[in-house]
Design a binder for this molecule. Sequence first.
Ligand SMILES: *Cc1c(COP(=O)(O)O)cnc(C)c1O
Length: 244
Amino acid sequence: MTNSIATNYQKIIDRVDYSAKIAGRNPDDVKLIVVTKGQPVEKMIEAYKAGARLFGENYPEETEKKLEELRKLDGIEIHMIGHLQSRKAQIVAGSFDWMHSIDRLSIVEKLDRELQNSGRTMPVLLEMNVSGEESKMGFSAWNQNHWNSLIPIIDQIDSIKTLSIRGLMTMPPLSASAEQTRSYFKVLRELRDYLAGKFKNIKWDELSMGTSGDFEAAIMEGATFIRIGTAIMGPRPKKQMEIK
Ligand SMILES: *Cc1c(COP(=O)(O)O)cnc(C)c1O
């Protein structure tokens, strides 16, 4: 068991490098986030020893419990990748390094207030719903004819000094076929290019897309952050998963 996280980690690194080369991209431009929601801090330390530095977490209260140990690990970054409830914004503003899941304006205002209180700023990604599935979080972006309705929203986020927009994030529906999933990644990249044309002052350099099952397709379509949990950490413990 002790070896398996290290072995899994290395296998994923090799697959990332291979896919990047096939895509004609520099492997260094694809940053691997190890998703550790529901995983005990001991297993995160194992991943750290294997080389992981970027960790993705979904539940701030769970992360908070692991922070004391995590702060001992030099050079790590904690990325918030899940839907953020307003009352947990303080934890993210105080202790996280990146926020991938800006999915509504109310969370932007809340984060801004908390960041001002803690005297910090934060790079953020805007979560886009490019599939149209009802249950998915994110700004509506499945109808390309309505992409212009995102402009006033982004204008508003861009005016907030504690947040710097760095790109887009998406999470395709679990039910999507491999082919559909890749097409959603492609649409996210096209949406990024569209927005980059409208907001030339913003650095749209990051695309957060791809998980254990589909990261290779995401790399082909331009992912710069991939978010991989089970393929490295193994299955998530059931009990921990229910922590909200
Ligand atoms: C859990 C999660 C992942 C990781 O999924 P795996 O299938 O375990 O790789 C990636 N992104 C988000 C937003 C998640 O919630």
